[in-house]
Design a protein around this ligand. Structure first.
Ligand code: CA
Ligand code: CA
Length: 474
């Protein structure tokens, strides 16, 4: 074959790929400006596993609507909507999920997932704590070097160990055991990706979605929708005698961590702890054995995120925006961490809904249910240089929740709050906070959100969020 023929053949393949785009685009896709340098090994691409039809809504192809929060900035967020047909996957177990995020390869060739446009449909329940044959793995299966919780608490009992940081054989055994679990439950996600649950019952259990670029190469353009995330749980919490006055157990995994990534849309999911609910956990050294970290933590210069129509349930530290007051991450965070939260339900959450450092965070039309929750700490954490702009949020509380506790002050100086309703009364929760505390927070913001579709009146928030948040049936 001469050179011209090879080029023509390659152009034909490129054209075929465009014609076989998984999602019907509103406007014709432009011809590729750069021809692929290598032809794919197998010419015909398989038909998409879920064929979009004109009549049926296809969540996998949907993009974030214009103006819908910070993730709509610039070119907006389309996730994998531009996927070629051979980058559309339906996954039913951990192995298939990881393969889908790595161009179909398992085990993945590296810890860097694919940035090719792709749509991953999640069908049924996927458990991350399984081996490659989908056999369930327990915490005991991960334990290495003689680690047991009994041996660990014996070694580090403050009565004998004291209050210095833990170190030595059993701490090393814990770290090694944790690493074994990490290899199973950590799911790395690349750019240009949509992960979406099929129907209303798609569930991912025990996984940590680690969405992480680097300081010099951020990821971008990711959509996670319509999935119930359960029990991102660490079998090997670390005892930190120096954390707080009495020490604390700390864990590694969030359901989703966003770091060094921009343009992310997290929508219509449920996040909850069931099998590993805090209420079922033991206490060691008088402290709750905390097997969870955050639910959706947004740190390390993550930026332009819209979090909409999710249910956050039965979790303590729910959403950390910005991880540190000082140091290298703080320098990188300044000017980033722009997040919109709207129409989310926060039900029986303990704290950090969200806790904010640095970022311009728009919080509107969310519904907070804080009833019969003895461990409630606060809802909005006003941290260092945080710029929260809160409008028309509804709080349902019982008499154990003081109005002054809805806002927590973590070295912040200002917040804009308007239209807050608590138990059918319009309440100035900032005035309540300031009346109860010596250190005052100013009622102001140096910015005004412009990426907004519509802020609805606070009186309809309960019904809108109760009926609309969480996975939808499609
Ligand atoms: Ca802690
Ligand atoms: Ca975290």
């Amino acid at each position: 074959m001469n050179h011209a023929l090879i080029c023509r053949a390659m152009f034909g393949l490129a054209l075929a790929a465009v014609l076989l785009a998984a999602c019907v685009q509103a406007t014709p896709a432009p011809a590729p400006t750069v021809a692929p340098t290598t032809a794919p090994p197998v010419a015909p691409t398989p038909a998409p596993t879920v064929a979009p039809t004109a009549a049926k809504r296809d969540l996998g192809c949907e993009k974030l609507a214009a103006n819908d929060g910070w993730a709509a900035q610039g070119d907006g967020t389309s996730g994998g909507a531009a996927a070629a047909a051979d980058q559309v996957y339906t996954v039913r177990n951990r192995k298939e999920l990881i393969a889908a995020l790595n161009d179909g390869k398992y085990p993945p060739p590296s810890t860097t997932p694919s940035n090719a446009a792709k749509i991953v449909y999640v069908d049924g329940t996927i458990d991350a704590n399984v081996d490659d044959n989908n056999k369930p793995l327990t915490c005991q299966d991960y334990a290495r070097d003689g680690y047991t919780i009994q041996a660990y608490v014996t070694a580090f009992d403050p009565a004998t160990w004291g209050r210095k940081a833990v170190t030595g054989t059993l701490e090393t055994a814990r770290v090694n055991s944790q690493r074994v679990q990490d290899e199973r439950v950590r799911i790395r996600v690349g750019s240009n990706t949509t992960i979406v649950g099929l129907g209303q019952k798609a569930t991912i259990r025990g996984a940590w979605f680690d969405v992480r670029g680097t300081a010099t190469a951020a990821l971008s353009n990711i959509i996670i929708r319509n999935i119930t995330f359960q029990d991102a749980s660490d079998c090997f919490p670390q005892w930190d005698p120096t954390d707080g006055a009495e020490g604390n157990w700390n864990s590694l995994y969030d359901a989703i961590s966003l770091r060094y990534v921009d343009h992310v849309w997290v929508d219509h999911n449920t996040f909850e702890d069931r099998d590993t609910a805090d209420s079922k956990a033991p206490t060691y050294f008088g402290r709750h054995f905390e097997m969870h970290d955050g639910t959706l933590d947004i740190t390390n210069a993550a930026d332009l995120v819209t979090v909409s129509w999710n249910r956050f349930q039965n979790h303590d530290k729910t959403m950390l925006i910005g991880s540190s007051d000082t140091g290298a991450t703080a320098t990188g965070d300044r000017g980033k961490l722009r997040v919109t939260l709207h129409h989310n339900l926060f039900d029986n959450t303990g704290q950090r809904t969200p806790r904010v450092r640095f970022g311009q965070v728009h919080i509107y039309n969310n519904y907070y249910k804080i009833v019969n929750n003895p461990t409630f700490g606060y809802s909005w954490g006003v941290g260092v240089e945080s710029q929260i702009y809160a409008e028309n949020n509804y709080f349902k509380t019982d008499d154990k929740v003081a109005l002054a506790k809805i806002i927590g002050n973590y070295k912040g100086t200002a917040i804009h709050v308007a239209g807050t309703r608590v138990n059918d009364k319009d309440v100035d929760i900032l005035a309540a906070h300031n009346a109860a505390n010596d250190t005052k927070i100013a009622a102001k913001a140096d910015w005004k959100p412009v990426l907004v579709v519509k802020v609805e009146p606070v009186e309809s928030v309960i019904s809108t969020v109760e009926s609309g948040a969480g996975p939808i049936n499609w």
